[in-house]
Design a binder for this molecule. Structure first.
Ligand SMILES: *[C@@H]1O[C@H](CO)[C@@H](O)[C@H](O)[C@H]1NC(C)=O
Ligand SMILES: *[C@@H]1O[C@H](CO)[C@@H](O)[C@H](O)[C@H]1NC(C)=O
Ligand SMILES: *[C@@H]1O[C@H](CO)[C@@H](O)[C@H](O)[C@H]1NC(C)=O
Ligand SMILES: *[C@@H]1O[C@H](CO)[C@@H](O)[C@H](O)[C@H]1NC(C)=O
Ligand SMILES: *[C@@H]1O[C@H](CO)[C@@H](O)[C@H](O)[C@H]1NC(C)=O
Length: 625
């Protein structure tokens, strides 16, 4: 560059300078802080150690991670919750009185478990070792302030003076800023929110995060702040504090129970990743709901939306494979994952197709080859980082290949007497427009059948108070309503699966809004109600799912999932696939189509991609033309 610069004409030099400046402003090379352009990867201690991990076990895991997983992009080694709590008789995940708190009301690592932290060193010595391994260092934090700290009523450190925080001529304490009426719902003895309206509350947050940055922390997972614990004000307050640190610290928030795209909408640009489900443990019933929620977030364009330090990523939670512990216990790894290998592969495939952050949860000291090969699978990792337009693909055909042949209850197609079916799709789709209020408190959509006009109507229904970010008593949410079945006003149109009618309840998944554009929008997912003739409606197959994505060389990935209890034949027709990816595949006889698990290739010419997929299993096709 020097050489070129010195010989270049003034004009070329100017062009170079302009180019570099543009490059800097687009890519943030100036501040080097756009560190989450791709979904982060790492290891988190929770699934294998609950809250009881110690220094030796952590560093051992980190070393294995550096040796084996770092070459595959796994960067963040994260100590999960309660690292400041003593492991003793009577202490546990919601105990009181066992936390280490400094003179400024801030937690410091339990010296018994983290001996190098003694003498006020905090996590600095551990962070230094982790950095020397080439990794980045993360910690879990409970939102707000420890009850013990509030009860100790300590002064608050003013980081600009290094002394106690004074405002209006008065020294403020931790008991002034703890909101005793806002304790964490699942750790009521342990933590409560901080009043971020108060200068002293914000000063306390600054003193916390300043210290974490001084320790060398690169990643914080802030818990009890999202999903059912949603507290946008505190999320923004933490994000503002992090933005002002010169050390770039990745912000991950949790948990995601009842998270919706609408809920995420207000906070995505303030965070780097955010959980969209409750805790995911190693059982199929935990894996299953991720299909719906991942679909909603993908359809609402939340994957890779603008975030705090680059992009923000809907987080499907850790990968509980290998050697594990149980939720919240005072015990480390003592059992193997309950998921079959096939279920683990299905989970890993969905997480990859949905571009979720990948945080391995098992004890790395017991990482076996199968698990290692799965979590470092080159195609899956490529999909996870380098694909676009990732979404669930509805145009599939599926049938059971073996008994029993009872029907699963989802997704249910809602078909009227004319064979028109109610569905859920993107609002751009033609079939999503044309809804209007009709006179009798009905919402209807007209269509033409055999040259006659007809309409599909749903009843606007009684309003229930709701949770999950929609509150019908608030002004901004007025005009939203529930939709009841014409035949049975106790059942409400539910956008979380299907859609389908389910018993009316106060939840955002049953809340709808009619826009001026004639769209009937779900407050849960931001998707729109569609109606189509049943011919197209048939494509939805109970128990089978598919996702598609496009790679950076134009290759197409098609993932087939069988959620059913028996094996199924699942098929995607090539013309439908072409619609899904928005282009024709030219010269199909020259395309290669490889099933990734088996490595077997097949022809694309026959018009469909189909496979028998075993129960809870998956198949992955890579198509290159
Ligand atoms: C905890 O209590 C049990 C029984 O009450 C006792 O057997 C055990 O030694 C105690 N452990 C510690 C670390 O004090
Ligand atoms: C905190 O202190 C108050 C008294 O100041 C006490 O009533 C309360 O029990 C303490 N909290 C806990 C969890 O012990
Ligand atoms: C909680 O306490 C704070 C300050 O003590 C007060 O401003 C707020 O209104 C209370 N909130 C509720 C829901 O009671
Ligand atoms: C794993 O399996 C064991 C034995 O069947 C069961 O007790 C435990 O609850 C399972 N754990 C999870 C997370 O499903
Ligand atoms: C809904 O909003 C009203 C008015 O703002 C408030 O009184 C009520 O507590 C809120 N309900 C929920 C469940 O948040």
């Amino acid at each position: 560059m020097d050489q070129l610069g010195s010989r270049a004409s003034p004009f070329l030099r100017l062009a170079l300078v302009l180019f570099l400046c543009l490059w800097c402003s687009c890519y943030g090379a100036e501040d080097g802080q756009l560190i989450t352009m791709l979904p982060p990867r790492g290891w988190n201690s929770y699934d294998s150690f609950s809250w009881t991990i110690d220094e030796a076990a952590f560093l051992h895991n980190a070393q294995i991670m550096a040796d084996k997983l770092l070459p595959h992009g796994y960067q963040y080694a994260v100590i999960d919750f309660l690292w400041y709590r003593k492991v003793a008789n009577g202490s546990g995940k919601d105990s009181y009185g066992f936390d280490s708190i400094d003179q400024w009301g801030r937690p410091f690592p339990d010296p018994e478990r983290f001996p190098s932290s003694r003498g006020g060193k905090g996590f600095k010595p551990i962070a230094d070792k982790v950095h020397a391994m080439g990794l980045k260092f993360g910690i879990h934090l409970m939102n707000g302030i420890s009850t013990q700290s509030v009860n100790a009523s300590t002064p608050i450190l003013d980081i600009s003076t290094g002394k106690a925080y004074v405002e209006d001529g008065r020294q403020w304490t931790t008991s002034d800023i703890g909101l005793t009426n806002r304790t964490c719902a699942w750790m009521t003895n342990g933590f409560m929110s901080v009043n971020t309206d108060m200068g002293a509350g914000r000063a306390f947050l600054r003193s916390l995060y300043r210290q974490y940055a001084d320790w060398g922390v690169d990643f914080v997972k802030v818990d009890c702040i999202f999903g059912t614990d949603y507290s946008p004000k505190e999320i923004v307050a933490v994000s503002e504090v992090l933005k002002k640190l010169e050390r770039p610290v990745v912000l991950s928030i949790s948990p995601g129970t009842k998270a919706t795209p609408a809920l995420a909408h207000k906070i995505t640009r303030h965070v780097d990743m955010y959980r969209i489900t409750g805790d995911d443990w190693d059982s199929w019933k935990d894996v299953l709901p991720h299909f719906d929620v991942a679909r909603s977030f993908a359809a609402a364009n939340k994957i890779g939306a603008t975030g705090l330090r680059g992009r923000s990523w809907p987080d499907l939670d850790m990968l509980p494979f290998g050697r594990l512990t149980d939720a919240g216990v005072n015990e480390g790894p003592h059992r193997s994952t309950n998921l079959t290998f096939e279920e683990q592969r299905t989970q890993m495939l969905l997480w990859s197709m949905a571009k979720s952050p990948l945080m391995y949860g098992g004890d790395l000291r017991h990482l076996n080859d199968d698990t290692f090969n799965l979590i470092t699978h080159p195609t899956l990792l490529k999909i996870n980082h380098h694909t676009k337009s990732n979404m669930e693909f509805g145009y599939i055909h599926s049938e059971r290949t073996s008994k029993p042949n009872y029907q699963l209850s989802y997704p249910v197609d809602l078909t009227n007497n004319d064979g028109m079916v109610l569905g859920l799709g993107t609002c751009n789709d033609e079939s999503a427009s044309g809804w209007h209020s009709s006179s009798k408190d009905h919402i209807c959509r007209n269509y033409e059948i055999q040259n006659n006009d007809a309409s599909f109507c749903i009843a606007k229904s009684k309003i229930l108070p709701t949770s999950g970010g929609v509150n019908l008593s608030n002004e901004e949410d007025q005009g939203k309503f529930h939709l009841a079945s014409i035949d049975n006003d106790d059942s409400c149109l539910d956008a979380s699966v299907g859609p389908m009618f389910s018993p009316c309840e106060g939840h955002a998944k049953q809340v709808w809004e009619l826009t001026g554009k004639g769209h009937l929008v779900s407050s849960y997912s931001g998707l729109c109600a569609t109606i189509q003739s049943n011919k197209e409606g048939e494509r939805k197959a109970a128990g089978a799912r598919a996702w598609i994505a496009t790679g950076n060389k134009g290759e197409i990935y098609v993932a087939l999932f069988n959620l059913d209890t028996v094996s199924r034949k699942i098929a995607v027709r090539v013309p439908d696939l072409e619609k899904g990816v928005g282009r024709k595949l030219a010269r199909k006889h020259l395309c290669s189509c490889t099933e990734v698990w088996s490595g077997k290739s097949r022809s694309l010419v026959k018009g469909d991609i189909s496979a028998v997929v075993s129960s809870h299993g998956s198949m992955l096709f890579e198509i290159q033309c």
